[in-house]
Design a protein around this ligand. Structure first.
Ligand SMILES: [Zn+2]
Ligand SMILES: [Zn+2]
Length: 206
């Protein structure tokens, strides 16, 4: 299999937050990367990009986090902070964006994801996990959650009285239903799987 002993994450830089990983979701892209389905994987590979834990160390210039904070990180751990895309909060289009795993880090080493013991990331890509959100259920929000929350907000589909269709009731779809319902939106699930009707109505419908 692909697991192998690898070096620990990079040292904590002055703008970095290090945290002990307590939970990490499994996104389908982790499975694609494990099997090199996209032809971009390099090994050893440690996937995982729905990562939550508790801060163990902060760099000298970190402003927003302290040791002991509950935090998470998604699919990015760094970017250049100086290009037009970074200035527009579109770091995902930064030519120097650093993916959470399988990418080249600032020091030239390979990044490793959330199935590690410790994560190190630029504080800009760290999010705070509120005390009233259990860490285990918070983890999947960092990819599956934001992937559906973002378009609901971006396209203004978050207003009570609106009517939204969710195609497919899988890992992302069921989170979309929960967000949309919480926003007061009427939701219709569209699926070709008959058993999803029961799941949608009985488990997510109320
Ligand atoms: Zn993902
Ligand atoms: Zn940039």
């Amino acid at each position: 299999m692909i697991w192998a002993a690898v070096e620990a994450s990079r040292a904590t830089g002055e703008k970095d937050v290090s945290f002990k990983v307590l939970y990490c979701g499994i996104c389908h892209s982790d499975l694609h990367m494990l099997k090199n389905d996209w032809g971009t994987s390099t090994y050893p590979l440690i996937p995982g990009h729905e990562i939550v834990g508790v801060v163990t160390e902060i760099g000298s210039k970190v402003e927003n986090f302290k040791v002991g904070d509950k935090v998470g990180v998604g699919c990015m751990v760094g970017s250049c902070h100086s290009c037009d895309n970074c200035a527009d909060n579109l770091e995902n289009y930064c030519p120097k964006m650093i993916l959470t795993y399988g990418a080249k880090d600032l020091d030239g080493t390979t990044t490793y994801g959330g199935y590690s013991d410790i994560m190190v990331a630029d504080e800009h890509f760290i999010v705070r996990i509120p005390d009233n959100l259990p860490l285990d259920v918070g983890a999947p929000l960092l990819c599956a959650g934001i992937t559906v929350y973002s378009p609901l907000k971006y396209y203004g589909l978050d207003k009570p009285g609106m009517h939204v269709g969710v195609v497919g009731l899988g890992g992302l779809g069921h989170v979309a239903v929960k967000f949309a319902k919480a926003m007061g939106v009427k939701v219709t699930v569209i699926s070709t799987s008959p058993n999803k009707k029961k799941e949608a109505i009985e488990h997510l419908g109320r």
